[in-house]
Design a protein around this ligand. Sequence first.
Ligand SMILES: Cc1cc2nc3c(=O)[nH]c(=O)nc-3n(C[C@H](O)[C@H](O)[C@H](O)COP(=O)(O)OP(=O)(O)OC[C@H]3O[C@@H](n4cnc5c(N)ncnc54)[C@H](O)[C@@H]3O)c2cc1C
Length: 379
Amino acid sequence: MKKKVVIVGGGASGLVCAIRLKQINPNLSVTILEKNDRVGKKILKTGNGRCNLSNLDMKPIYYNCPDFIEKCFNKYSVSDVIAFFNNLGLLIKTDDSTRLYPYSETATSVLDILRRQLGIFDINVKCETMVTKIKKTDKFYIEFGNEQIEADYLVLACGSSAQSNTNGYLLAESLNHKIIEVRPGLVPLKTKENLKSLRGIRVKCLASVIKDNNIIYTESGELLFKDQGISGILTLNLSRYTDVGSKIIFDFAHTADEEKIYDIIESQSSKEALIGILPKMLADKIGKNISQFDANHVLFAIRNYQLIITGTYGFNQAQIALGGVDINEINDYFSSKKINNLFIIGELLDIDGACGGYNLHFAWISGLIAAETIGFEKK
Ligand SMILES: Cc1cc2nc3c(=O)[nH]c(=O)nc-3n(C[C@H](O)[C@H](O)[C@H](O)COP(=O)(O)OP(=O)(O)OC[C@H]3O[C@@H](n4cnc5c(N)ncnc54)[C@H](O)[C@@H]3O)c2cc1C
């Protein structure tokens, strides 16, 4: 009898899991159930349509659970992921940093090569199929609409609530798994201050998140102002460390020569000196905060611009979700410690990474490791 594997969710993790399973054992019956009209829709949105699929600078500290992730990296390295995609026919390149993209610089190439494999291996894909209930006795019984199918192995690959309306958390809960509170991650932040005059301005800076008068996180990068908040990769990465009421302090001169700034301010001796140092609208805004015009006060204002966070822009603008299925209840082969032959992969888990290809990388490796565990019948 052919072993039947059903994968709920045809996104990044589910697709590579299905393909790897068939590479290992073409005799397995593999079915993907996908609620959308097409598989992999989110992949097309990634990296602004370019799909930042991984990163050569891969360290466990870029994730919320470094110990768990390190064990996964020992099983699957970045080169293994690159080799997997090369083997499917995808050419990969880095940008001017360590981020990895398809050579074509379009996410459709990534999805197209994955979809091609679904055809080559004759993987059964049912779209517009939202799984609503799963029962487990000797086998899994998976319900959608008025239909039900059975499986020997079940892989939950439903993704997260970020820009999606998944019920994956409920499905995992119904199978006795605990859900760690889910909230928007890698998300633009709303601020108490009205920033309308700065909308669209991008500026490089060093940002520090303050909690109870202590700096809890610092990162440098590019800040993008919105009407009533902030965005850009820097903000997305800061968002994990902020709550309502958090304070962020921005240093807009962290790479500048302080003495030169002093000279400029003293030689110009007016608030307008700021316009040669910062974008004009930002210079005006900061200038308004300066009570006494001397080099010390000006420099302090440039290096200590404060914003108070009032919330996030929500799941609709989040790239990922924080929280999800408790990783203490799965092992590093992605099988459930609670239910035999249940696997949980991808963003549905309480595992998240920074911006830069780390979330897709995790989706790929969790799908690949789960497939190898099932395919090679590892325990
Ligand atoms: C705008 C945007 C940009 C991003 N850019 C990047 C980037 O450049 N680099 C990066 O590393 N990460 C990026 N991410 C994050 C990355 O896309 C996700 O981490 C990754 O797709 C997670 O893979 P997954 O398989 O867990 O979930 P998904 O890819 O979301 O797949 C889950 C699938 O399950 C389906 N599903 C859910 N519930 C059910 C159900 N009950 N029944 C049937 N099907 C169901 C969904 O429709 C979906 O197709 C970005 C995310 C967004 C939103």
